[in-house]
Write a protein that binds this ligand. Sequence first.
Ligand code: NAP
Length: 278
Amino acid sequence: MSSSSDSFSSLTLNIGIVGFGTFGQFLAKTMIQQGHTISATSRTDYSQLCHQLGISFFRDVAAFVEADNDVILISTSILSLSKMLKSIPFRCLKRRTLFVDVLSVKEHPRDVLLQVLPEEMDLLCTHPMFGPESGKSGWEDLVLMYDKVRVRDEATCSSFLRIFERQGCRMMQMSCEEHDRLAARSQFLTHAIGRILSETGIESTSINTKSFETLVKLKESTTNDSFDLFSGLFIHNRFAKQELMNLEHAFQMVKKKLLQTANEEQIPNKSNHQMDSC
Ligand code: NAP
């Protein structure tokens, strides 16, 4: 770890990424631009891509863990977290390391990581509230939620957070519980509605209203994310089930009101009309 000369006087970090899929790659690009040294390990072999990006790729997890990382950043799918952590030989860690996760749910990784991490390792739980699509033109004003669950090495933690601050992110410190409560009402709901819209098969038409275009975009953006991510938002956020029930209830309420109004208007249903005239 060495001091850099940027205006934030932050530290240049060695960051090892576990899970080099879409989101891991997306974060790595900005971290490299800021001068941090990145290495990665993943289930899939990303050696060639990493070579192009100037990243060391480790097929062997033990060698990855033994490398001199200031930060180990976990960016695997929510569903694979527990299984993936079983494959990490924590005993090979040579010194205090800051573990950071970027999973879209927060209580689950906090609990699992607190169980498996050696006590001397620090833990920062984060959720960048954006992705490769919403963050493609920059991270200005996009939210980075974080919870310093167990941080003793403040310099490393603050240098890591500064990566997002330097990109103009809105830095939101809150508990993992509060995050999950809010995210169930916002992110999970958004993904659920996007998936429902996809099930209806909606497509752009020649007479789109602006609002309908928003719906088509919502369908596209949510289905671009993996189904693993969507199901993880449901399975590992204890507040999501209630939101799904609320959504179902709300649908029934809207349907009931429409049918009630139609009855009050006494608009004869075509099939009833045909039956009447028989
Ligand atoms: P994802 O489908 O949630 O996760 C893909 C990653 O998980 C890949 O690195 C993949 O490894 C790994 N993985 C999946 N199954 C695995 C298994 N059985 N064993 C080991 N590794 C496995 O898609 P993502 O968009 O890249 O998201 C990564 C994390 O970032 C997730 O936790 C997500 O909640 C979070 N996040 C995503 C976004 C976003 O916009 N995409 C935004 C904020 C946070 P391989 O590639 O090697 O197969």
